[in-house]
Design a protein around this ligand. Structure first.
Ligand SMILES: [Zn+2]
Length: 676
């Protein structure tokens, strides 16, 4: 029920992990909002069953949820962007209090009885209203409210124990302080600025296992032994202590699912998704894996050959810790991609302007920078000097349709990845007044320094477009019920619109509209992009199999009968099944896989939604990525609907046929007809 979900794949766990925050730290405005919500719930409950209507019962629940978000979302959001540690703490306390309240709401027998009483009148509803009643009943059922009291009590005990175990699992990973001593010669190839920043003596450099350092070393460290060390220890962060925690989690989740009437935890989690159940996800992998395996085998041969050339050792083997490094080497040598050169054409202000220009023309909208007026318009004021506030209007009608904050540059204490937050939902209130969507786009783009413009890497530009894809999904919604606003789609579809928008940054005609050399003003050279695009599919088979491994392991762990499973055995077996490599015993990587707590049985979703993003993108490829007709069609058929229809129905309507794998395979560099 918590709609306050940042939309990104990385950093999700950080954003959603539980913080021990004192209740008395909750801001007064949030306490008041919760009190207001409580009073409104009491009103629903007090209505005599004979007088129940959609609006005073189920609709009123949506009113309460939406109002609570409107009253508190920006306060809660401050935990990610405020420069004031006290405000961040208070925001976390608020977040926790609201989540608690939301969980307890669906455990209220009196409220469930009220909704049931209304449902038993067999009301004839349509569209969003019909869907809301169905979803609300499903929510209560999934919370165990249809069970007898004994089972409900057992379920609550399980949930309490699970919540504690999730915190323990995440903490064991987060608090790992493994530091790896490496000599300067073992850091060859690593960005000198990064090396200089490491704590060191004359001869020993201490490498902490943080994500940026891990990535830097995997990509650039030319010393295989160093990569092997870091790769292995990164996977051992959770260690044997988390193996025990994980085993308990899996057993309890299985019990939870069984109590609720599902065969396994994956079936429970997947019910409200596009996939619907574990069998569909299993089928998805079964169909895709043999196709991708062919490409992965070709990649493996190419990578092994490169490894042998680089190491001047004709007998060298290829290992998992070599993949990212070789990928980078191949991009630089075989495809001669000069990443630094690419960056010179992507000054940050040009990228932002370019993105704004493209989206405005594509979707028939206009962004007005009205920073400074937000307070007068009863929106929360911007929280830092660099933050901008935009009003979005629809060109066809001239009407304002939404607002967003844009917080692009780093500050101390700020969330360190890029993400988009939906703050307020679009909602038509019972009196006919319309609340417009409000969102925030957050990034950490380099800031211009000493007159030299900040330059974005192609990767950063792709991420920025991705997050802006979420932003548009939030802003262009035309739904009337808060619950279905914008990105409130099935969770395994939510990444598709943002993944699709990444493709714009891979297309020469798009880049040429805004990318200019920061010194000479020369437009983006097509040859530079040609190499970049060619390099895009380098190692795509191996990379995709890496994703299959994680997703498939996640499914196997969450479909095991009774949750009784040797996780190490499953991990190693899945590694052998899904990738070109054999596993390493005693890395216990499953014990460091943070997605298993917050996103159990959900990891498949990333690859799953890529299939739909690629398929939707084809229409733009045919009609032109800058063609407003294609944009308006997509806006109407997909974005405007938010979560008010099933994603599959929207897709069939948009595509004019059922979705298929063709475009996704082409993006991986695989011919969909020959699979070669
Ligand atoms: Zn995303």
């Amino acid at each position: 029920m918590n709609r306050f979900t940042p939309l990104l794949t990385l950093g999700l766990c950080a954003a959603l992990s539980c913080f021990a925050a004192a209740q008395d730290n909750v801001p007064a405005s949030v306490t008041a909002a919760l009190k207001k919500a409580d009073d409104a719930v009491a009103k629903i409950v007090a209505i005599p069953d004979g007088s129940r209507t959609f609006l005073n019962t189920v609709g009123a629940m949506d009113d309460i949820a939406t109002q609570l978000d409107t009253d508190t979302a920006v306060t809660v959001f401050m935990q990610f962007v405020s420069s004031d540690p006290a405000e961040r703490d208070a925001a976390r306390a608020a977040d926790e209090a609201i989540s608690d309240w939301q969980t307890h709401l669906l455990k209220r027998a009196d409220l469930f009885a009220a909704v049931n009483a209304y449902a038993s009148t067999k009301p004839v509803l349509q569209g969003e209203q019909e869907r809301l009643l169905e979803f609300t009943l499903r929510d209560f059922r999934r919370e165990g409210m249809a069970l007898d009291p004994d089972k409900r009590k057992a379920l609550e005990d399980i949930e309490d124990r699970l919540n504690k175990l999730y915190i323990e699992f995440d903490q064991n990973i987060d608090e790992d302080e493994t530091t790896v001593p490496l000599g300067i010669d073992e850091l060859a190839g690593v960005n000198p600025a990064v090396v200089a920043g490491l704590p060191h003596t004359a001869s020993v450099y201490m490498v902490q296992l943080t994500e940026p350092l891990y990535e830097e070393i995997m990509e650039h460290d030319s010393v295989e032994v160093a990569r092997q060390k870091i790769w292995t220890l990164w996977r051992r962060r959770g260690g044997t202590k988390n193996l025990k925690v994980l085993s308990q989690i899996l057993k309890l989740r299985s019990q939870e699912a069984n109590l609720l009437g599902y065969d396994n935890y994956a079936d429970y989690v997947l019910e409200p998704r596009m996939a619907k159940n574990a069998a569909t996800v299993a089928e998805f992998y079964k169909e895709l894996r043999p196709i991708v395996d062919k490409k992965a085998k070709l990649d493996y041969a190419e990578f092994l050959d490169t490894e042998r050339k680089i190491s001047h050792n004709p007998h060298a083997d290829l290992h998992p810790w070599d993949v990212v490094y070789i990928e980078d080497q191949l991009a630089k040598t075989k495809y001669a991609v000069d990443f630094r050169k690419v960056q010179e054409y992507l000054p940050v202000d040009r990228v932002v302007k370019g993105l704004f220009g493209i989206t405005q023309s594509l979707y028939g909208i206009t962004f007005h920078d009205i920073t400074g007026q937000e307070g007068q318009l009863s929106f929360p004021k911007v929280w830092a000097p660099d933050v901008k506030f935009y009003e979005v209007s629809d060109n066809a009608t001239g009407k304002v349709i939404g607002h967003f904050y844009c917080d692009l540059f780093p500050r101390p204490g700020k969330y360190s990845h890029a993400a988009c937050w939906s703050l307020w939902e679009r909602k038509v209130w019972p009196d006919g007044s319309v609340q417009l969507p409000l969102s925030a786009i957050v990034a950490n783009l380099s800031k211009p320094l000493d007159g030299k413009p900040a330059l974005l890497s192609h990767d950063d530009t792709v991420t920025f477009f991705h997050e802006f894809g979420h932003n548009l999904h939030n802003l262009l919604t035309e739904t009337t019920i808060g619950r279905f606003s914008g990105t409130s789609v099935e969770q395994d579809f939510v990444e598709a619109p943002s993944q699709m928008f990444e493709n714009w940054v891979w297309t020469p005609s798009v880049l040429q509209t805004f990318a200019r050399h920061y010194k000479t003003g020369e437009p983006f050279p097509p040859a530079l992009l040609k190499n970049l695009r060619a390099a895009r599919t380098v190692g795509s088979g191996l990379d995709t199999e890496g994703q299959f491994f994680l997703g498939l392991m996640d499914q196997r762990l969450h479909t095991a009968p009774r949750g009784d499973v040797d996780t190490e055995k499953v991990m190693l077996q899945t590694y052998r099944d899904a990738t070109q490599f054999t596993g390493l015993p005693e890395t216990y990587m499953q014990a460091s896989f943070g997605h298993l707590t917050g996103y159990g049985a959900s990891y498949y979703g990333y690859e799953w939604s890529l299939v739909y993003s690629a398929d939707m993108f084809q229409r733009f490829e045919q009609l032109g990525l800058l063609n407003p007709k294609a944009g308006m069609y997509y806006r109407r058929k997909i974005l405007s609907h938010g979560g008010s229809s099933d994603a599959m129905d929207m897709l069939v309507d948009y595509l004019g046929r059922k979705p298929n794998l063709g475009a996704y395979l082409r993006q991986l560099g695989i011919d969909p007809d020959t699979h070669g």
